[in-house]
Ligand binder design. Structure first.
Ligand SMILES: [Zn+2]
Length: 302
């Protein structure tokens, strides 16, 4: 597994999300104790463990596993990781923590959200004993040696979304709060999935994060980016474009608009390269989430 050293106290493991390099990272934050940020799916856990081996980190040295939100590529691997890392607690927003101890209600909704083509790539969730799950929404985690991680509520992409600030370097483990940026696949867009996407919260989150003047964001998909304001501005532009596209489809009275066609119009992604599945699946998920959001907003008369 490829591992990276991004800062004196921050490394990362490419866990080959969706079977591809360059799509998903688990970050490794080291003080006197060690925290992982993001878990990948159940299907990537063995890669993450191999990455820990490559970094020379013994299994019992990891005390914390931080998830930004309950989506499968961010928390799906938590149960299997917790089983392999016996001293680790798992941190997630308390509004969704029950799904990590009893995933039975979550899985059907995930399947609907990601679609049949991408569903087999998302794995399953191993239930975690409740005593190993901790609420993360007000987390201030002191890892020792001056390394502290502090949670920031960043809803929008999902209501439970949290990002974690590295108070030592000032950077933010941003999860999916502002979108994905995968330079090597020439993909950069905000992900706005069903069922719980919230545009107003999302715009507010991006505005609050812009005001923090962050020196760096660490994206789960994918890697560190120091051109922070440019990325936030791009995410806002993409949101505006998606809203406009979806509104046209709704205004035209389309009951079941062609999601693939709308996604291709929003984010043209030519060819059948390795990332085409990611581009198609995540952009269509975004179109469908925004359609649902806009329809509901109109029903409310807001
Ligand atoms: Zn997500």
């Amino acid at each position: 597994m490829e591992t990276f050293q991004f800062d004196s106290h921050i490394a990362a493991i490419d866990h080959h999300l969706l079977g591809l390099p360059g799509v998903g990272l688990t970050y490794v934050v080291r003080g006197e104790t060690i925290a992982l940020v993001e878990t990948g799916t159940s299907l990537t856990v063995s890669n993450t463990l191999a990455g820990l081996d490559a970094l020379g980190i013994p299994r019992d040295a990891v005390e914390h596993i931080l998830c930004t939100h309950i989506h499968m590529d961010h928390a799906g691997g938590a149960g299997y990781l917790a089983a392999a890392l016996p001293r680790a607690s798992v941190y997630i927003h308390s509004m969704v923590s029950e799904h990590l101890s009893d995933p039975s209600k979550l899985m059907p909704s995930v399947r609907r959200a990601v679609g049949e083509e991408a569903w087999p790539l998302h794995g399953d969730i191993k239930p975690i004993p409740t005593e190993r799950i901790r609420p993360a929404e007000e987390l201030r985690l002191d890892l020792g040696a001056g390394v502290i991680l502090a949670a920031i509520n960043t809803p929008g992409h999902s209501p439970d979304h949290l990002s974690y600030r590295d108070l030592k370097g000032g950077a933010l483990f941003i999860g999916d709060a502002a979108g994905l940026v995968m330079d090597h696949y020439e993909l950069a867009f905000p992900v706005t999935p069903v069922p719980a996407y919230d545009l107003v919260a999302h715009r507010d989150t991006i505005a609050r994060l812009r005001a923090l003047d962050l020196p760096r964001i660490y994206l789960t998909h994918y890697g560190p980016h120091d051109d922070v304001d440019r990325q936030f501005a791009h995410a806002e532009e993409c949101l505006d474009a998606l809203v406009a596209l979806v509104d046209v489809a709704i205004d035209a009275g389309q009951e079941h608009p062609d999601l693939a066609a709308l996604a291709a119009c929003w984010l043209p992604y030519p060819g059948d390269g390795p990332a085409a599945l990611v581009a198609r699946s995540w952009s269509q998920m975004s179109v469908s989430g925004m359609l649902r959001y806009e329809r509901k907003r109109r029903e409310r008369g807001a």
